[in-house]
Design a protein around this ligand. Structure first.
Ligand SMILES: C[S@@+](CC[C@H](N)C(=O)[O-])C[C@H]1O[C@@H](n2cnc3c(N)ncnc32)[C@H](O)[C@@H]1O
Length: 225
């Protein structure tokens, strides 16, 4: 029996973000992200905004977002051009590599992007590239979610290896981004974190624009200032 919680909708559309999901008549434990997401997504239920999901597979999660966020425009992004077929009212599709430098331009037609979910290659290096490229285009108060951090250096798709070789765990990278002190805009930052000014400008900007982070098993969520 579905009560239209976000997890109920995940079960209805059969995404592995839900508490359970099924394939070939087998039932599996899901990532169980949705009960946690609902804690911060519920206030956005009636808002008109754009949600972008990187990685669509068969479109299950896009349909779930559409039913949960009644006024949102849902944009799915995937390497698989056949997924154009999942377009319907309030669901559009962009065929792109989510890590390519041209990708943000393809998103520029969409306004008021308040939620971005990275559920594509799951390779740590790719997750970093997309975060650094896309966090700047997220609206103030918006959420950037990175899922399935357990997949590690190679990610879930060995056929599409990550673009840069880097063994730093995404968890370590994410924790580094949160080391910024709230005195950062003042001279005191120099004393507390002397290497801040040596970070690339885009990383300094990223750190300065994070308001909050939520960590759940397998995923991390950044809220933009
Ligand atoms: C885990 S599935 C997405 C599942 C979907 N979000 C759901 O919950 O129903 C991952 C998808 O990411 C796509 N993908 C993998 N690497 C990608 C990349 N670099 N850019 C865009 N899409 C990618 C794959 O083609 C696949 O369809």
């Amino acid at each position: 029996m579905f009560n239209n919680t976000l997890d109920d909708l995940g079960l209805k559309y059969n995404t592995d973000k839900a508490s359970t999901w099924g394939m070939n008549n087998q039932s599996y434990l899901g990532h169980n992200y949705l009960k946690s997401y609902e804690l911060f997504m519920a206030p956005m239920k009636k808002e008109a905004f754009t949600l972008v999901e990187l990685g669509c597979f068969q479109g299950a999660s896009l349909k779930m977002w559409k039913e949960y966020f009644k006024k949102a425009e849902i944009v799915g992004v995937d390497l698989d051009e056949n997924l154009k077929a999942i377009e319907e009212k309030r669901i559009s599709f962009i065929c792109s590599d989510a890590t390519s430098q041209e990708f943000p331009e393809k998103l520029s037609q969409y306004k008021n992007i308040k939620c971005i979910i990275d559920d594509c290659s799951h390779a740590w290096a790719d997750q970093r590239i997309s975060l650094e490229m896309l966090f700047p285009i997220l609206e103030s108060g918006g959420y950037y979610i990175i899922e399935d951090l357990e997949c590690g250096t190679t990610g879930a798709y060995p056929n599409f290896p990550p673009k840069i070789e880097d063994s730093q765990s995404f968890w370590d990278y994410a924790m580094d981004r949160l080391k910024i002190l709230r005195v950062s805009e003042s001279i005191n930052q120099q004393a507390f974190r002397p290497f801040f000014s040596q970070l690339p400008q885009r990383i300094q900007q990223l750190e300065l624009s994070i308001a909050m982070s939520i960590i759940i098993p397998g995923a991390i969520i950044f809220r933009k200032k």
